[in-house]
Design a protein around this ligand. Structure first.
Ligand code: ZN
Length: 178
């Protein structure tokens, strides 16, 4: 018999979070300067800390989040650890689901907040480069998510721009799936 998310959360987090009527599960432990909850725990006698919402996402999904990926909030409440409000910073089926529900938040921000002169950040470029290692990743789709041009994504992916960041040249794109 496997534990439900609720049971796992209560076992690991105890009373360090509170479910609110808004649907958010607010972290009641320490809050970091940037507004995210901080989950402190010990492994083999060593104190560790991590973002509470990241811990929550990992617990709910039973796997580690990608090292360079952010765990993002659909609710914009940084202290919220409700796994239903959290998503890993990649394009996923869930994202498409949110599009369908009209509350689309891309891994990089809300589509509605796209600015005309959208610029990529270092974190976004690293994420683009990571995703670009998968030949199935389409630059156009990333550009769409980020609200920037295909050229901007391509140049960042191959290292023409943001040359101060590590870059492994992405594999060639196949023209057609075989
Ligand atoms: Zn929330």
């Amino acid at each position: 018999m496997s534990e439900t998310v609720d049971e796992v959360f209560r076992r690991v987090f105890g009373d360090r979070f509170e479910k609110t009527s808004s649907g958010c599960w607010l972290w009641r432990g320490r809050i970091q300067w940037d507004g995210y909850g901080e989950f402190a725990f010990s492994i083999n006698g060593r104190q560790r800390r991590m973002q509470a919402h990241r811990a929550a996402w990992q617990l709910a999904h039973k796997r580690r989040a990608g090292r360079k990926l952010e765990i993002c909030h659909t609710c914009d409440v940084r202290a919220c650890i409700n796994p239903a409000h959290l998503f890993e910073g990649t394009h996923s089926v869930n994202e498409r689901d949110k599009v369908a529900k009209g509350r689309h938040v891309t891994p990089f921000g809300r589509v509605g907040e796209r600015s005309i002169a959208a610029k990529l950040t270092d974190a976004q470029v690293l994420e683009i480069r990571r995703l670009a290692q998968d030949p199935a990743t389409r630059f156009e789709a990333l550009a769409d998510d980020l609200g920037v041009s295909n050229t901007a994504v391509y140049q960042a992916a191959v290292g023409f721009t943001f040359s101060h960041l590590p870059c492994t040249p992405p594999p060639r794109r196949k023209r057609k799936a075989t």
